[in-house]
Design a protein around this ligand. Structure first.
Ligand code: NCD
Length: 316
């Protein structure tokens, strides 16, 4: 584990991280993977610190893994359930931020349905803020855990061909992954129907775009499937789920275009039979989907560790 300090107070997106910082986080996370496999998983690194998980959008794996990450490092972790909080009574985001700030948390982990809301909240609190997903903007810890998964399964990221497939338009996971993977030297392809692939992403991000799965998957080392995010869609982006599966759902037949050892990934939650055939998702040799979940806890521990190093050094 490196002793490097993060120059950032917050982790709001991959966009503000350099290659060396990403690599230092992945190194640290590697150490936490080993810790998490032991029966005694508890460290005292964050003892005395308070972590609040503030989720305005539902979440299973992200919220649970941030909670486990904080607890395994010894922090006191509080989950704010927005359903029963003042937000429902009309409180603004900034009032919520200032209220929480008055309770002296040391880390706030925030998920919000609006792009930019987490950065806005970060300007009104004194503690470190981690973006656990804001609208369609960024989901930095997801991209970090995906990178850790790829690195451990393939030994490297540079030079790999990664096809990110499906609902790119509504996906903060896609955006954070494009930024991270290109920064670490991977070649990225985006594969989606025109309605789900915003024009100009190829030039903006230096990636290739495809509207056909077999062409897009040709020679890919990694096939990253995305959930069709119906809750973010206003109007109809796909003719029908059956047709979407027919053209864009990952099946063995379409996967045959990729490299024979291509790794299958999905951030979850999965829509079986929509973006991915359940049989493909469950193949333990080819699918890294449960590895991604395991790496999620370790990566979040590394992020909590990095963002509190200055605080802990000042207290020592
Ligand atoms: C993703 C999210 O919430 O952005 N899920 C996750 O964090 N595991 C992707 C999704 O919801 O499809």
């Amino acid at each position: 584990m490196t002793a490097a300090r993060s120059p950032h107070r917050h982790l709001l997106g991959i966009a503000s991280l350099g290659r060396e910082e990403i690599e230092a986080l992945l190194e640290a996370a590697d150490g936490f993977v080993e810790l998490n496999r032991r029966s005694d998983k508890k460290l005292a690194l964050l003892r005395g610190l308070t972590q609040i998980n503030l989720f305005f959008e539902s979440s299973t794996r992200t919220r649970t893994s941030f909670e486990l990450a904080g607890k395994r490092l010894g922090a006191d972790v509080v989950n704010m359930s927005v359903g029963v909080s003042a937000i429902k009574k009309g409180e603004t985001l900034i009032d919520t931020a200032m209220t929480l700030n008055a309770m002296h948390p040391d880390i706030l982990v925030v998920r919000h349905h609006d792009s930019g809301a987490v950065a806005l909240l970060a300007r009104h609190v004194r503690c470190a803020v981690i973006n656990a997903g804001d609208g369609t903007h960024e989901h930095p810890t997801q991209a970090l855990l995906d990178a850790l998964t790829i690195r451990r399964r393939r030994g490297r990221i540079a030079g790999l061909l990664v096809a990110i497939c499906g609902d790119i338009a509504h996906s903060r996971v896609a955006r954070s992954n494009i930024l991270l993977l290109t920064r670490l030297g991977a070649r990225v392809r985006l594969v989606a129907p025109p309605t789900l692939l915003p024009a100009g992403m190829d030039r903006q991000y230096g990636v290739e775009t495809f509207h056909d799965m077999r062409a897009g998957l040709e020679g890919a080392d990694i096939v990253m499937m995305l959930r069709l995010q119906s809750e973010r869609m206003q109007g109809s982006f796909v003719p029908s789920l059956r047709e979407y599966f027919h053209f864009f759902g990952l099946t063995w037949e379409k996967l045959a275009a990729a490299r024979p050892d291509a790794l299958i990934m999905h951030p979850g939650p999965m829509n079986r039979g929509v973006e991915i055939d359940g049989v493909v998702a469950d193949d333990i040799d080819r699918s890294a989907i449960l590895d991604q979940v395991e790496m999620g806890v370790a990566v979040r521990m590394a992020c909590l560790d990095f963002l509190t190093r200055d605080l802990r050094a000042a207290a020592a």
